[in-house]
Design a protein around this ligand. Sequence first.
Ligand code: UDX
Length: 440
Amino acid sequence: MNITIFGTGYVGLVTGTCLADAGHHVMCVDVDKAKIDRLNEGIIPIFEPGLEQMVRQNVESARLSFTTQSEEAVRFGTLQFIAVGTPPGEDGSADLQYVLQVAETIGHHMDDYKVIINKSTVPVGTAEKVQAKIAKTLQERGIELDYDVCSNPEFLKEGAAIEDFTRGARIVVGTHSEKAIKLMRECYAPYNRNREKIMVMDVRSAELTKYAANAMLATKISFMNEMANLAERLGADIEQVRQGIGSDPRIGYHFIYPGCGYGGSCFPKDVQALSRTAQQVGYRAEMLEAVEAINERQKHTLFEKLSKAFNGELKGKKIGVWGLAFKPNTDDMREAPSRVLMESLWEAGAQVYAYDPEAMTETRHIYGNRDDLKLCERMEDAVAGADALVICTEWKQFRAVNLAWIASQLKGGVVIDGRNLYSPKDAKAVNLRYISVGRM
Ligand code: UDX
């Protein structure tokens, strides 16, 4: 079938590419001409394992194309996915201007039946706003056309986006229209073969499902970080506690890793937006507020631990930082704990020697050239002669290092580990002053 996708960000690009790969004809639209030109050559603007090759193959086989021409794109697809950004507004609520602009564009150019699908994470009630915008635009044109608006939230994780899209746990479709359900089934049929994954529900429930999923996952993390902070003060080991509770299937082992706080483009933004939505309907979501507050506090723990290790004297110290992206297998720096750390270090007058396997360009882009930031080409360069090493992201290559070698390289012998990668006993054996999260 013919499918149009508005927005070539993470969600739009992965959705468009995976649907083309399943045999559909997909046209992706974006206002950024330079980005579209590069995409048509098969060059993608993000780091996502496997995606570039998949884009290239599908562009070559003419199932996937990219354009800035919205009129042509609206005419093209029976399904019109909206996957543009919903950045947080000043008060933390999701800003819908781009979503509603696309709705207007669709209303402006459509000339037959369309299903308009909200793929972006949008507050409950947005489908109704999209519906109203299209109705108004059609009215201004003086024409009547049949169309349906439905919600189809995306649950993919960066770094595993293709796998998550093609083998996801569920496909949520929020609509009452039988016609739209039939077309959505056809769209997802290639990825709905082995087991029925499509869950049809009302549109508001579908919209809330997305926020509830992210809020639940963020809650698990903040809960574990709270327990880790307690464990530190009580002389317990959070890693043993984690295994102890994870073995209960009602709790499970997933997403209970303590650390230096969650980051990324989804959890921080979505927890905040859901809090604001609650406020707007006169309800104070105290749990969500706590999840957010704990996470903010957790992002400062690495600096606090480091500062304590040096009795508050960090001026002029050389601090190695391993891992800058908010998690492994991405170059995404949005809301990354490393940023809170580096900014605090600079404020304290320290020199940062940073290394990340993918996020160096992004870091340079955010912070520019500054005297107190050195971007190291190799992970070894961030450690040599440093007073301390801080680990912010658990990239695989940091796991298997020789601790004796780290000890021999560091001047100050201090390792602050925000991801609990090493055994405290092994670190102690090589005389490192090893400080992790929730362990003695
Ligand atoms: C998340 C959701 O997982 C995904 O379903 C949704 O569609 C978008 O948001 P993503 O932001 O890509 O995906 O990353 P994810 O792998 O979920 O990690 C989020 C953050 O939580 C990272 O900073 C990670 O380090 C942190 N985290 C995760 C923990 O601190 N502990 C854990 O146990 C798990």
